[in-house]
Design a protein. Structure first.
Length: 155
């Protein structure tokens, strides 16, 4: 995964993974998944402010409406149900990002604060955690057995 691949589509994928986890009986998604979601939301919104073209503030405003008031606004109502809504997302970032639309000093604060956000790293950490939970794939198990010459050599 690269920085260029982080987008609102990544948020959608994480939301779909959340849905799958709930269908499988998980009561609460992992902190790594919540952190990844928050990092992606911050990065894909704030990067519009630093794009440098004349319409960056308008694009930022539109992204805030879609991501923070839309997706995350709906999530706020379900935070107790163990979903992607986290303290980091809802109380550390949401109000400040929404205020950054109208106030330049808040906008500068958000830009500075977001320098420490690395969505790629957060998503990769979440994926590593999930891969560890799953254990080795069937092919990895077979390869290990072949390597250790465990297979029966008949016929």
């Amino acid at each position: 995964m690269s920085r260029n691949s982080i987008s609102e589509r990544t948020l959608e994928f994480l939301e779909q993974l959340e849905e799958i986890e709930f269908r499988q009986g998980t009561e609460m998604v992992s902190d790594a998944m919540k952190h990844a979601y928050c990092s992606v939301a911050v990065e894909c919104t704030v990067k519009l402010l630093v794009s440098g073209d004349g319409s960056s503030k308008f694009k930022f405003f539109e992204a805030v409406k879609r991501v923070w008031r839309g997706r995350i606004g709906r999530m706020e109502k379900l935070v107790e149900k163990g979903g992607l809504g986290s303290e980091e997302l809802l109380w550390v970032w949401k109000d400040e990002i929404e205020a950054a639309v109208w106030e330049d000093n808040v906008c500068q604060s958000v830009l500075k604060k977001s320098e420490g956000v690395n969505a790629v790293e957060a998503v990769n950490a979440y994926l590593r955690e999930e891969k560890e939970k799953m254990g080795p794939s069937f092919l990895e198990l077979v390869a290990e057995q072949v390597k250790n010459d465990v297979f029966y050599r008949g016929c």
